[in-house]
Design a protein around this ligand. Structure first.
Ligand code: ADP
Length: 808
């Protein structure tokens, strides 16, 4: 105590205090040992004190001042009994023992001290030891102490927070988590006297109670809901404040509200903290924790931090549980939607399947069972492959594996066995399936029966292949037209024939352009008719080749295919260059025409001279029969040549008619009279109605009668009857020639009017197959008709019908 020292508050106070008024008296009379002790404590940085004498006069150092709180500076020189009256019941006995020579040690001892104007919960580690006076007797008590309040409080708070953080691992539902949280908080009643957990509703308007502790001293439970901005109660305002500030709100004057609520020692609790629960990482208030605060603690930063951390832990646990609940809900929803999917899938007429990410089949709808007869245990995983056709199996496996590995959509055609063991073509399409986190979960696919389509396709392919081969072998061009898409495909040969570069794409318009001007419209009409399916396409037209500008004759044939709407979706056919044949035909026609003319002129004069000779020689001459035969042959030859000439005329459209009113009855009668029918000894049965008039060419009509009658002669045995009838009825003339000859097969009848056609039955008889061809042309020209009735071996009847006219 020698020298004054700056800043040593207690040293200063001791020096300046008037000790004369105390039981200790002036310092110069104090025992030396006390002075030495004071010297020690006043220079120590640790809280220390000496209580001296029976009155326990208090001496302490600066480090001890926080322990005294408001009791400083009055405490100096006072009796410890009075200064520490609040704890004397706890320590008085111990102090007495120290004076009896006993030392005392305490560790983390709880003491409620009134140093801050309220009874404060504090913890102490200290030792009391006897302090001897100059005579060696115990003159006082020496104490070195340390406050442990902060340490103890921190420990219990940390352990509380830890306990809360472990809750989310154990609880999966909100109410249970809430209960457990409150239970944990109840264990730390020194900090939180009571608590209640509220969560904000989805609509954000109200807070609902999840769980609350039992409020001590009160039967009351917490309100089931709190609502901000409604009413004017304190708690409502607090909630508004809390929502805005997102900070702890503390209400101190709740005695009214929490009237009956007491601390366990009976002290009323009048401070409540509302701690916001914030969504982790965000600013949104999702709930609040209502905490009854300890009346024995100061609301300092540590206390506040503890509450904030507790709320944060609770928020995290709630978020965990909520996301777990969400997951569960999703799982349930997924299970439900899967169930719905299956119900739907089972009722569609398709085979639908699902695989997992390893490619194992986890689901096939009922249709599969119906088709294949496989049960679930059979098709499961890779069992369904059993039904794949052995020839397709490898490919199916490879494609499927590839799609699964690359997670790409796939489509393939293969054959599947039905329950009866028959294979049918199917198309199988699969799509990779991803969950909401874009994770691949497998494939979903559908299988569709395409057997009929596939078979038809194959047949068409086969046809096309045959056609292609045939075309290549015969220099036949082929084309393939898809009218609905406007696509026209031409084979190289086809392009070659038309003089179009092989690389060039074709269109229908280009095709028409390539045609000879005069044939264009006619061809277009033919194509249109063919596309309507009404006509077979078979046409000859000219093209002007683009490469050399030359004209070529083409023969094209084709077939159209209609869809169910009766539209042609495809039109396939061939094209062949027939220019050479056409030329040959023309040359032949020219030759026939010229030759015919050249031959007919001398024959006509021969026939004339023979007629003259006939008349000159007279009936009796022996040479007469030879002359007759000679004349007959000449006439026959002339008629053949006429036929030839007529043919070439018909071909060129040059057959000429001299039309006038003609007596058809007379034509028929004269013609028959002039014909030498006696030579073949046929019996003629004539029924001719006279004076039936017709508008026509006499000579050509004569040709008709001659042809039909000589056919009847040629194709029926000698001596048979030939019946000739001519009659008129209702403006029509009917001319019938009926023989009892060899007849014809029915199927040949329609062909006998074709050029050069000869029926099989008449093959032994000479002929050129031209007569009826010309006859038909003549009858057509006269607006007439010709019909045939025939029975092989029994005979034939030709009926010619003309319109009758009035004689002029
Ligand atoms: P052709 O010179 O061969 O007689 P046509 O054009 O006159 O030529 O007759 C064509 C074919 O019709 C004949 O080849 C013959 O097979 C058949 N035909 C014509 N008329 C008769 C008939 N009256 N009886 C049986 N067959 C006939």
């Amino acid at each position: 105590m020698e020298s004054p020292e700056d800043g040593n508050i207690m040293l200063e106070l001791i020096r300046n205090k008037d000790w004369s008024q105390t039981s200790l008296g002036e310092p110069e009379h104090w025992p030396r040992s006390l002075k030495v002790g004071l010297d020690i404590i006043l220079h120590s940085g640790y809280p220390m004190f000496i209580w001296w004498g029976p009155d326990l006069i208090m001496f302490h150092n600066d480090a001890y001042l926080p322990v005294l709180g408001q009791k400083h500076p009055d405490a100096l020189g006072q009796s410890a009994r009075e200064v520490w009256a609040e704890v004397w019941g706890q320590i008085g006995g111990v102090v007495e023992n120290v004076f009896r020579g006993e030392e005392f040690h305490a560790r983390d001892l709880l003491m409620y001290l009134g140093r801050k104007g309220f009874m404060e919960e504090t913890y102490w580690t200290f030792s009391y030891s006897p302090f001897r006076d100059d005579n060696g007797a115990i003159g006082g008590l020496f104490c070195a102490c340390n406050e442990e309040s902060a340490k103890i409080q921190q420990q219990r708070r940390l352990s509380c927070i830890k306990d809360i953080s472990s809750l989310s691992a154990r609880y999966r539902e909100l109410p249970a988590l809430g209960e457990a949280t409150i239970k944990v908080l109840e264990k730390n009643a020194r900090d939180i006297q009571f608590s209640a957990l509220y969560l904000r509703r989805d609509d954000g308007l109200k807070f609902d109670l999840v769980a609350g502790s039992k409020i001590m001293g009160s039967a009351e439970t917490f309100p089931a809901e709190l609502q901000p901005l409604v009413g004017e109660g304190d708690e409502d305002c607090m909630i508004d404040h809390l929502q805005k500030s997102r900070q702890i709100v503390i209400a101190d004057d709740l005695e009214q509200v929490l009237e009956e609520v007491r601390h366990e020692d009976g002290k009323p609790i009048n401070s409540v903290a509302m701690v916001p629960l914030l969504k982790p990482g965000q600013q949104e208030v999702t709930g609040l924790l209502l905490c009854g605060l300890s009346p024995y603690l100061e609301m300092d930063d540590e206390y506040k931090n503890y509450l904030t951390l507790t709320a944060a832990q609770i928020s995290t646990a709630i978020a965990d549980v909520r996301s777990f609940e969400k997951e569960r809900k999703k799982e349930i929803a997924l299970a439900r939607s899967e169930k719905r999917f299956r119900e739907m899938a089972d009722n569609v007429p398709l085979i639908i399947w699902v695989t997992d990410k390893t490619g194992r089949c986890t689901y096939i709808n009922k249709q599969w069972g119906i088709y294949s007869g496989q049960s679930e245990s059979m098709w499961k995983d890779f069992g369904w492959l059993e039904a794949v056709h052995p020839e397709d199996l490898e490919e199916v496996k490879t494609n499927f594996q590839y799609a699964t590995e690359t997670r790409t959509p796939y489509t393939q055609n293969y054959r599947l066995k039905d329950r009866a063991g028959n294979f049918y073509w199917h198309v199988d399409s699969g799509l990779p399936n991803f969950d909401e986190n874009y994770q691949f979960v497998g494939f979903i696919g559908a299988v569709f029966n395409i057997h009929e389509q596939k078979v038809a396709e194959e047949q068409l392919k086969e046809k096309e292949e045959k056609l292609r081969l045939a075309a290549a072998a015969t220099n036949l061009g082929t084309w393939d037209y898809y009218p609905l898409d406007g696509i026209l495909q031409w084979s190289d040969i086809c392009k070659e024939i038309f003089g179009i570069p092989v690389r060039e794409d074709m269109t229908y318009e280009k095709f028409l352009d390539a045609l000879h001007e005069e044939d264009r419209e006619r061809t277009d009409l033919k194509v249109r008719a063919a596309l309507q399916g009404t006509e077979h396409y078979d046409i000859e037209y000219r093209v002007v080749r683009r490469t050399d500008g030359k004209e070529r004759w083409i023969r094209a044939t084709g077939q159209s295919y209609l869809n169910d709407k009766n539209e042609a979706y495809r039109f396939i056919g061939t094209a062949q260059d027939i220019t050479d044949r056409k030329l040959a035909e023309e040359q032949k026609d020219d030759f026939l025409r010229i030759a015919g003319h050249e031959l007919r002129t001398p024959l006509t004069s021969i026939a004339g001279y023979l007629g003259l000779l006939q008349r000159m020689i007279g009936e009796q001459e022996k040479t007469r029969p030879f002359l007759d035969k000679c004349l007959q042959s000449t006439l026959k030859m002339r008629s053949l040549i006429t036929d030839f000439l007529d043919i070439s005329k018909v071909e060129r459209g040059e057959l000429s008619f001299k039309m006038e009113t003609a007596n058809f009855s007379a034509i028929v009668k004269d013609t028959i009279d002039n014909m030498d029918l006696a030579a073949t000894r046929h019996v003629l049965d004539l029924h001719l109605e006279p004076d039936l008039y017709i508008y026509g060419d006499e000579e050509r009509l004569e040709q008709v009668v001659v042809n039909l009658l000589s056919n009847a002669q040629k194709y029926s045995p000698k001596g048979q009857t030939i019946k000739v009838q001519l009659s008129g009825s209702k403006g029509r003339i009917f001319f019938r020639i009926q023989d009892q000859g060899i007849g014809m097969q029915q199927k040949e009848v329609e062909k006998i009017f074709n050029k050069f056609y000869r029926a099989a039955s008449g093959s032994k008889v000479k002929g050129m197959g031209l007569g009826l061809y010309i006859v038909k042309k003549i009858i057509d020209y006269h607006n007439g008709e010709i019909r045939v009735q025939t029975v092989p071996g029994k005979g034939t009847q030709f009926t010619v019908e003309f319109p009758e006219i009035e004689p002029s």
